[in-house]
Each structure stands twice: as C-alpha cells, then as structure tokens.
Design a protein around this ligand. Structure first.
Ligand SMILES: [Zn+2]
Length: 600
C-alpha cells in the first residue's frame, strides 16, 4: 500500500440546483475516513459538490457518470495512491434511484479499470441498490478490482469484482453514525452546535442599567454564518437597483469581519467595516448600504449607525442583518422585528436562531450586588470562576456516584465512592459547550507558542458524562482528532497492574486508536476527566498510555478535589495537573490513598 494518499472527493447532492464548495469539516471527515481505511499520510483536494437537479434526474441521470469520472488524475507511482471518495450521504435516499445507483457503480468500475493505482471508497446509506451489480458487470469477474463501501451505520464492506458477495470488513460503529449525522444536519442546527455560549458577567450593549449572564460567540462558526449570510445578502442584491455595499459593525466579535469579507468576495460586493465612533470615512457617498451586525441588544447602537450612514449620503436597506438577536425581541416563531429610526421603518433580521442572554437589572443582579463588575467578553481568564462553578454545580440535584475507580459492586478494594456527586451528565448537557471551550483554553494557555488545540488528542474514561462533553467538543471543532475513551474495566485492571485484556484489545477500537497515536508524532496527548478525587483514574490512564509508549503532556480535570498533588509514576514520569476549578478537602476521609511512589 502507498504511504501517501491524495483524496478526490465526489460529493453527490441529488435534487439540488447548484454546486457548492465542500466545507472544511467535511473534507476533514473524508481525510480521517480514508486514513482509517488505508493508513498513511492523507491529503484531501478541495472540491465542489456534484449536483443533479430534479429535472436532470428525470431526463439526464447519466450526467452523474460523467461528473464522477471527470478530473481524477492517474496515480504518480507506488508511493502515492489516489483515492476517489464518492459520498452520497447528502442525497435523500428516495432520490438514489436504481438508474442513479447503476451509473455510480459503472463510473467506479471505469475509474478503477483506467488506472489500477486508484482506490474508491463510497459513503452511502445502508440501502440495497444496483451499485455493486453494475460495478461487477463493468469490471468483469476475471479482473482484480475492488471498492470499499462505508455505510451510514459505520459498517464497512469490500466489494470485489471477482466475488459475488460483499465481504464485511468493519462492524457497525455508533460513533461514526453520530459524526455523519452531525455533518449532514441542516446548517442552522450545525451552526447552533458551534456557537459558544460563554457564562460570566457581561455588559449589555451600551446599557448602564442592565448586565447579562451570557455572551454568544460565533468565532467557531464563521463558515456556517457566512453561508447563511450569503443567501440573505443575495436576496438583497437582487432587489436593489442602486449599487450595493455591505457595511459591517461589531464591538466584541472580530469574527464578523471574516464573515463580511467572505460574503463580499463571493458575491462581488464591496465591504466596509464601520468604526463604533467617529466619522464614516473612505466609503462611497451614494448607493445602497446593507448593514450587517454581530448582535442587537438595546438597539441604540443600530440607530446611531443608521443615522451616520444616512448622513454620509447612502440609503440604508430596510433589512438589517444581525447574527444574534434576543428571543425576547423577536417574539415566538419570528426571525425579524421592526425598528423605527430616522423616521423610517427597518426590519432587524436574525441570522442564527434566537439567543437568550438573560438580561438583568444591575440592581437585582447577584454579581453586581456582590461588587463583581461586568467584564469585557473578549477578556477571558483560564479556569472557571467560583461564582460560575457553584451555579453550575448547584443547578441540578446531586446523585450517588455510580461509576469511577474501584469495582462497580465494591467487592474489591478501591477508593471509596462519594455518597453524592454533581450530576455531570446533566451539567455537561447544559454547560458542556462552555466547559469544553474552557478545557481547550486551559490547554492553549499551558502550551506557550505550541500548536493549536487541533493537534491535541484528549484521552478520558469511557463514561456517560465524558461522552457528552467530548461530543460537544467535536461539534465545534469538526476537524480535531477523535478523543480516545478507555473502558473502565481496562482502567481497573491497570490499577492492579493487570494488562492482559489491554493486550488483547491493542488493535481494536480504543486500543487501535492508541496504537495509531503511538506511531504518529504530530499529536500531543492530554488526559481529561470530570473530577479528580484521588488521582486513581488519572494514574490508571497514564499506565495504559505507557503500555503504548505514549506520554501525556497534561491532566485537565474539570474539578480537582486533590489540590497540590502531582501525577507521578514509578518510572519518574510526572504529569502536570491543571484543573478548571479546585475544591480542597470536600469531605472527611481516612488517610488519602498513597500514589505509586508513596506520596499522598
Ligand atoms: Zn450584574
């Protein structure tokens, strides 16, 4: 097998009327999938989707064949393989008709026959179609050619031309299904998963009477916001008779400039960023201005902007786009609301789903009463503030500790269970996006001048709360590496120095992920967990990693109940502990368990 792979994506969207760029999250998904199947270094070529409109499907479905075989180069030699990735998971299954499936199968056969250095992977729903039959017919049973089909339930088969039956090569995989569903969900929902709701104490626009608990940050969702904005700007462009310019304004959202620039370039419309104060200079003094704002709070800033732009001589379009608008303003089921300014009526049109900033009167706000001043949302300190942590911890009823170190039935000695612990599953469902951001932020703070969080692989116990948290991490960073979840029985065995089951699982699931990590030196490995009571789980994770010759760079528990301790293995390996929050001595305990070197 070649050591390097170039992937040529062929994403087929049946029933669509236009082509679009394939987004970076999707390209990263393809890269991981092809890497998982063929190993080696994988690069994915930027590409556009292949579309067939409803009428083309009726009259000229054969076009799918032509588009699949177009623009695929030949392999350059034994070191570099060409992988064609055919993705039909974005097409409604009912449109994957028999003729379409047959054309796809025929195109794949043709691609393989014309260059044996190519490989083909098909991502498709688990449907019975004529794809395989048509592929086998084109290639012929006397030739050695095969393709790989990856079904949406995560299972994988190898389809060989010289064999009548498909061979299963990978079992179904719930994690794959989850990732694919996220990738294929409507853009508004995907945007929702990428918006970061920061918890804290913030100024509410220009208001001196109000403050707010949340700040909404779309810096991870520039792609989604740009796409939605582009469609809305296009409508405005079509109905504007005068030359149109985009004028954007933000105070705490530098990402808005990226959105505006992207949309302006795409549509060939000039863009100007408006300063918060001062004259509107260096902009045209006639034509139509479309205002694009990050958020509308009190509306005062928007009204002042309208006035300034009109004074400059431009006509402000009646529709004003704002990425975030509070639900309170919009009313149920509405995505815009009316604003009167300068004797004219405007409509504030929300781009993302409505937000809830929880505006409070400062005289009634607990934090203001305590003398905690509202902060600039752009300044964020690593770790979680006490006020926020305790609100989170007390938001839901505490529950008995159900999982963790020691045997589930407590028949074998291990650290004692806590009688009650915070309900981390519920906590992560509600605040997980922000907590996940805080973990990434802590990591970035620790790594001075190092690579971004995209190069960090999180390792954690395979338990319900951490599942929720790692899902949220990946919703925001589609391109980041998959977290490795180590099953609790493996950690319990490691605690006792028993690695027999680990050795059996070295090449499957979590074990396979760690084996791959050990071979790659481009990632740093970081341990995470919901809370650290006695270092037991963290030490077990370290021992497991050591069996794979992997060294962790840090341990980031959300809460550390064991402040001041270091993680040390007998080998002398020491890993820094960097919690998001520390609570010393939360309960009366017997002597703390000794760690491996005899320290408490
Ligand atoms: Zn306040």
């Amino acid at each position: 097998m070649p050591e390097r792979w170039r992937v040529f994506p062929k994403a087929i969207r049946l029933g669509r009327a236009t082509t679009e760029d394939i987004g970076p999250d999707r390209l990263a998904f393809y890269r991981r999938l092809v890497g998982d199947i063929y190993r080696g270094d994988v690069t994915v070529e930027p590409s556009q989707t292949i579309y067939l409109s409803m009428s083309q499907l009726r009259t000229s479905a054969r076009q799918v064949f032509d588009r699949l075989i177009a623009d695929v180069p030949r392999s350059m030699g034994p070191d570099e393989g060409i992988a064609v990735l055919v993705d039909v998971t974005e097409s409604p299954p009912e449109l994957i008709s028999e003729p379409v499936a047959a054309h796809v199968g025929e195109a794949i056969g043709t691609l393989l026959l014309t260059d044996p250095g190519r490989q083909v992977v098909v991502m498709m729903p688990a449907l019975r179609t004529r794809l395989q039959r048509s592929f086998r017919r084109v290639v012929g049973a006397d030739r050695q050619a095969h393709m790989t089909i990856q079904y949406d339930n995560g299972s994988r088969v190898r389809v060989s031309a010289d064999q009548a039956e498909d061979q299963p090569i990978h079992p179904s995989d719930a994690d794959y299904t989850k990732q694919l569903q996220r990738l294929n969900q409507p853009i508004e929902d995907r945007l929702g998963g990428k918006i970061l709701r920061r918890l804290g104490h913030f100024q509410f626009g220009t208001s001196t009477e109000h403050c707010t608990r949340y700040f909404f940050d779309a810096s991870y969702a520039v792609q989604e916001v740009s796409q939605l904005t582009k469609d809305l700007v296009l409508e405005e462009k079509r109905s504007s008779t005068a030359p149109l310019v985009i004028m954007s304004h933000q105070t705490h959202s530098p990402w808005l400039t990226e959105v505006a620039t992207e949309v302006a370039q795409r549509l060939g419309i000039p863009h100007f960023g408006l300063p918060t104060e001062g004259d509107v200079e260096n902009v045209p003094n006639s034509g139509d201005a479309l205002l694009l704002l990050d958020v509308v709070n009190t509306g005062n800033t928007t009204k002042a902007l309208i006035k300034r732009v009109r004074q400059r001589g431009l006509n402000v379009r009646q529709t004003i786009l704002a990425v975030f608008v509070d639900r309170e303003r919009l009313g149920t089921g509405q995505n815009s609301y009316k604003m009167v300014a300068e004797n004219s009526t405007y409509w504030i049109r929300s781009i993302a789903n409505p937000i809830e900033r929880l505006k409070r009167k400062r005289v009634r706000c607990e934090q203001c009463i305590l003398g905690i001043e509202p902060t600039d949302p752009r300044s964020s300190q690593p770790g979680i503030r006490s006020f926020d942590m305790w609100e989170i911890l007390l938001a839901h009823k505490w529950v008995p500790e159900r999982y963790g170190p020691g045997d589930s039935d407590n028949t074998q000695p291990g650290p004692r269970r806590f009688s009650l612990v915070p309900d981390f599953v519920r906590i992560f469902k509600e605040y997980g996006d922000w907590i996940a951001f805080k973990l990434d932020e802590m990591l970035t703070t620790m790594r001075t001048g190092g690579a971004g969080v995209e190069e960090a692989v999180y390792v954690c116990p395979a338990e319900p709360a951490m599942d929720t948290l790692t899902d949220l991490l990946r919703a925001r960073h589609g391109a980041r590496p998959v977290p490795v979840k180590i099953p609790r029985p493996i950690l319990r065995d490691a605690e006792r120095g028993d690695f027999s089951t680990l050795e059996q699982e070295r090449d499957v699931g979590w074990g396979g992920q760690l084996s791959d990590l050990a071979k790659s030196n481009s990632y740093s490995v970081v341990l995470i967990d919901e809370f650290n009571g006695s270092n037991t789980t963290a030490l077990s994770m370290l021992k497991v990693l050591q069996r794979f010759d992997i060294t962790a760079t840090a341990y980031l528990p959300v809460i550390n109940l064991n402040p001041g301790s270091a993680l040390r293995l007998p080998s002398g390996l020491e890993v820094p502990v960097c919690p998001l929050y520390e609570i010393p001595a939360p309960r009366a305990l017997g002597p703390a368990p000794l760690d491996e070197t005899g320290n408490r």
